[in-house]
Design a protein around this ligand. Structure first.
Ligand code: DC
Length: 222
């Protein structure tokens, strides 16, 4: 039986910010509250980095990485309310937080051909669902027209401590410098984004502050 109800317009909430700023935690909590699919775009860049390392491709060798991109099948979708990607049929999500991937993902994600392919996959989500997507260029490049944009920040020492707390080896400041200084789609505060500094927020108070920002940006009553 077909419904007479008009389809609700789909929308994207863009959450950007530097490494360990708290954007994943915040996006995950917001997604739960709002009943939205949460897409972790960093996981896509990490998955491509994982594949390159598996194939012994030097992440600094752009031509080799681009040739790999032409060969591989990437499928992204969601399981439940969480995004997931497979590369050549394999889901590498349990292997994406290694020191080797942390050290090489910025080089891979600076390659425009890698970005073009992943940005297309990111935009495809809106073909079938509303989303909250976190990354570096979501408000500036992937969904520049969305009115819902938050840039999450936190003091550098707070960010480094958060990584150390989960036992991860990750040179946050080095990665941030590379991600901010690259030519294509660098990390920046997108036009229209509101900055939320999570340094002194708990998860709960951060979520409350983010919901307030989204309401001001016109998100319907939650
Ligand atoms: O969010 P994350 O730390 O897991 O992201 C890993 C890397 O992926 C990050 O250092 C840069 C890259 N990235 C990107 O270039 N653009 C995005 N939208 C998301 C991540």
């Amino acid at each position: 039986m077909s419904s007479d109800l008009p389809a609700l317009p789909r929308f994207a909430i863009a959450i950007d910010g530097p490494a360990a700023s708290g954007k994943s935690t915040l996006a995950r909590e917001l997604a739960k509250r709002l009943g939205l699919v949460m897409v972790n775009s960093g996981a896509m860049y990490r998955a491509v980095t994982w594949k390159a390392l598996q194939e012994n491709i030097d992440p600094a060798d752009d031509a080799a990485v681009i040739a790999m991109m032409d060969r591989i099948d990437i499928h992204c979708g969601e399981i439940g309310m969480k995004s997931t990607c497979t590369i050549d049929g394999v889901d590498p999500s349990n292997e994406l937080r290694s020191e080797a991937i942390n050290a090489n993902v910025s080089a891979i994600s600076a390659i425009p051909e890698v970005r073009d392919r992943l940005v297309q996959l990111q935009r495809n989500y809106l073909d079938h669902t509303s989303i909250i997507m976190e990354g570096r260029d979501i408000g500036s490049v992937v969904f520049p027209d969305t009115p819902f944009k938050i840039y999450i920040d936190a003091d550098e020492d707070v960010r480094a401590a958060r990584r150390a707390h989960v036992g991860e080896v990750d040179s946050v400041s080095k990665r941030d410098a590379a991600d901010s200084e690259r030519i294509t789609a660098p990390l920046k505060i997108a036009d229209g984004a509101v900055v939320l500094d999570t340094s002194h927020h708990t998860i709960e108070s951060g979520v409350t502050a983010a919901i307030e920002i989204l309401k001001q940006q016109g998100l319907p009553e939650i």
